[in-house]
Ligand binder design. Structure first.
Ligand SMILES: NC(=O)c1ccc[n+]([C@@H]2O[C@H](COP(=O)([O-])OP(=O)(O)OC[C@H]3O[C@@H](n4cnc5c(N)ncnc54)[C@H](OP(=O)(O)O)[C@@H]3O)[C@@H](O)[C@H]2O)c1
Length: 233
């Protein structure tokens, strides 16, 4: 089942990122699994020990230097699929009247700004690959069309901003045959999704992998859920 493709995944130590590492390595991909604290990424290190296709690297999405260092470390390597998965919800239960700029900025930095900075660092690696794909893990909560319940100002705005980033990337990179997709994983049982989530990580990542596989230059820049449904902006 081995192939010549390489995927780079951020936030690969737990939740959806860890499951993506498992599934892509089982599917024969080379997996560059990144996380901010490799020494304490127990499950991820076990996966890397058991499979030669998984390698673990340090990457903090809050730290431009760590992005630059990783891009240099992997210089000359091709990255077929750059999967920006890492994200934070931000403070929970903070409603209108209680929001401060500092906590908002922290969330925007990881969810909105960092994915674009990472793409900038890895464009040379993507350009030299075969699949030339960028997947951005966003959320239905970033959709205006889907927002009928209000609230969640910080998380919603961070993912709406990421959607705008993804759409512009798709337009700008079309002529280079680089595809971009915005992904909603569903409401998933993870630390972020909580135990009431509607689906498990296996179902979510299986569906998302299929969405990515079916992506073409024609639908590049679209926003899809894990079950293939297109989501309104
Ligand atoms: N679960 C859901 O229902 C759901 C729904 C919609 C969208 N999403 C999106 O899906 C993605 C994955 O979510 P999840 O449910 O797997 O969340 P999770 O279980 O909370 O995991 C989040 C991952 O992001 C990493 N991360 C956070 N800040 C980081 C930083 N500064 N640098 C590097 N890594 C960082 C975490 O690493 P540490 O362990 O170091 O903190 C962890 O690996 C997120 O973008 C999330 O917004 C999830």
């Amino acid at each position: 089942m081995e192939n010549n493709y390489t995927v780079l995944i951020t936030g690969a130590n737990r939740g959806l990122g860890l499951e993506a590492v498992k599934q892509y390595s089982e599917a024969g991909w080379q997996v560059i699994a990144t996380c901010r604290a490799p020494d304490s990424a127990i499950e991820l290190n076990q996966l890397a020990k058991a499979s030669q296709s998984v390698s673990v690297y340090q990457l903090d999405m809050n730290d431009l230097k760590s992005m630059t260092l990783l891009a240099q470390q992997l210089d000359q390597q091709a990255v077929d699929l750059l999967w920006c998965n890492a994200g934070v919800y931000g403070p929970k239960g903070v409603g209108l009247g209680e929001i401060t700029a500092d906590v908002w900025m922290d969330t925007l930095k990881v969810n909105t700004v960092a994915p674009l900075l990472l793409v900038q660092q890895f464009l040379p690696h993507i350009r030299r690959s075969q699949q030339k794909t960028i997947a951005l893990m966003t959320s239905k909560m970033g959709s205006m069309g889907d927002n009928t319940s209000g609230g969640s100002y910080i998380y919603r705005s961070s993912k709406a901003g990421l959607n705008a980033v993804g759409k512009s990337l798709a337009e700008d990179l079309h002529s280079e045959s680089i595809k971009v997709v915005l992904l909603h994983p569903g409401w998933v049982k993870t630390d972020m999704g909580g135990p009431s989530g509607l689906i498990d990580v296996t179902t979510s990542i299986k569906g998302l992998r299929q969405v990515v596989e079916l992506l073409t230059l024609e639908n590049s820049g679209s926003f899809y859920a894990y079950d293939g449904q297109e989501i309104p902006w």
